[in-house]
Design a protein around this ligand. Structure first.
Ligand SMILES: [Zn+2]
Length: 411
């Protein structure tokens, strides 16, 4: 017997609904993937014809005889930078060995000396400055995004300029997911072994690279290996940077996993010992982790869960410092059609050191205020859990509601 008209119609509706359901399931945002991908092509920025790259070479200390570096150097008030010896080193790029007298030079590498304005701990008890260094690293940084999204926390990523040039789209991804970007220099060299001009070049090229690819001018910087003395500090301050190291003994040693010089069990044991000290600690902590390879990404999950279980509240450095903006400059918000632009807002907290900052592209004194950015938008663009995370929740809800409706139609 031929099927009735009604039966044919029911079959057709059911078929269309099923297709819609499958399309819905495939396209609904989920976890870290929920943030729509940015438009930056997934292409490394390092294969320019010889001599034609606008950026310093990968793995090289930036050259100092370029117009950009000369302008940045000129903008520094060198009277404020102490004259200290350049530390000798066997292999350029490595941290130096501690040799000779270095009293009054506040050399962290050798004496664990910190200056009053170095950020070493998060101020609030049980606050946890979660930091990942040496990235971005394709295939690893994205896994950390997923983990952090799952736990609903944000972190500070201390990126190097050279690694950023291998995955420039990951910089915007970091911001889109509500995380905080900071500088870890261009080539990851021991800074106390470099000349004044090389230090300027390391810091400013990295800041410029991040700014040109995101519109965010980084404020926080971490010296590779923690290798900083009063000369490096003086230069960093003059350029408007705030130095971040990590809490004494809270280096998780995860970087040794890459070269198999430590076992995962040992990393866990070290972190457990640190956590056991928490009840007697008045301040919070800043940990040192890395997004170098998969072993580190797996370890990040274990350590994050251990810390949360012990009552630590993970967050990025800007959040733990109560710094609502977290950058020297953020992009102006896109104008809303039909809305008059708001009047310039009151300048938020400004670091005294920031006022002397030089613009990386011109060498001019840089405006560290937020210009026309209204206060409301500042908080949206702050380093905290960004508005993108909130809008994604809304998008997700609408999408999944549609799938539910279609499902009920089928059933
Ligand atoms: Zn590093």
């Amino acid at each position: 017997m031929a099927p009735s008209k009604n039966a044919k119609r029911a079959t057709a509706i059911s078929l269309i609904s099923s297709i819609a359901l499958i399309v819905g399931l495939l396209s609904c945002p989920n976890g870290a993937d929920a943030v729509p991908p940015n438009k930056i092509p997934h292409k490394a920025d390092i294969s320019h014809p010889k001599g034609q790259s606008p950026w310093p070479d990968y793995g090289e200390i930036p050259k100092v005889n370029t117009p950009e570096v000369k302008a940045w150097v000129k903008a520094v008030n060198w009277a404020k930078v102490p004259k200290l010896p350049i530390r000798p080193v066997e292999h350029l790029g490595d941290p130096p060995e501690c040799k000779g007298e270095h009293k009054g030079e506040c050399w962290w590498t050798c004496d664990m000396c910190v200056a009053p304005d170095d950020v070493v701990d998060c101020p609030g008890k049980n606050t946890w400055g979660l930091t990942f260094d040496d990235g971005p690293q394709t295939g690893v940084t994205e896994d950390l995004f997923k983990l952090l999204h799952e736990k609903n926390v944000t972190a500070t990523f201390f990126v190097t300029g050279m690694k950023s040039s291998k995955g420039p789209w990951l910089l915007q991804d970091t911001i889109d997911r509500g995380h905080h970007l900071a500088s870890h220099t261009w080539s990851h060299s021991g800074l106390t072994t470099l000349t004044n001009e090389q230090i300027v070049a390391e810091l400013m090229w990295t800041q410029k690279y991040i700014f040109d690819h995101t519109g965010y001018k980084v404020k926080y910087f971490r010296p590779p290996y923690g290798d900083i003395d009063n000369r490096v500090r003086g230069i960093a301050r003059e350029l408007g940077f705030k130095t971040v190291i990590w809490s004494n003994d809270w280096d998780t040693q995860d970087w040794q996993l890459e070269e198999n010089s430590i076992t995962p069990k040992e990393v866990i044991r070290i972190f457990k010992n640190d956590l056991d000290e928490l009840p007697t600690r008045k301040k919070g902590v800043i940990t040192l982790e890395h997004d170098g390879d998969q072993k580190m990404a797996h370890m990040a999950r274990t350590l994050l869960e251990m810390g949360i279980k012990k009552g630590l509240k993970p967050m990025n450095i800007a959040q733990c410092m109560g710094d609502k903006v977290g950058y020297l400059q953020v992009p102006a918000p896109a104008p809303v059609p039909g809305k008059t632009p708001p009047k310039p807002a009151q300048q938020p907290h400004q670091d005294p050191a920031s006022s002397a900052a030089a613009d990386p592209s011109t060498g001019d004194k840089m405006d560290t205020t937020l210009g026309t950015l209204p206060a409301g938008d500042v908080s949206k663009q702050s380093a905290g859990i960004a508005s993108s995370a909130l809008s994604l929740t809304g998008l997700s809800a609408v999408c999944w509601a549609l799938v539910t409706v279609v499902t009920s139609l089928i059933l």
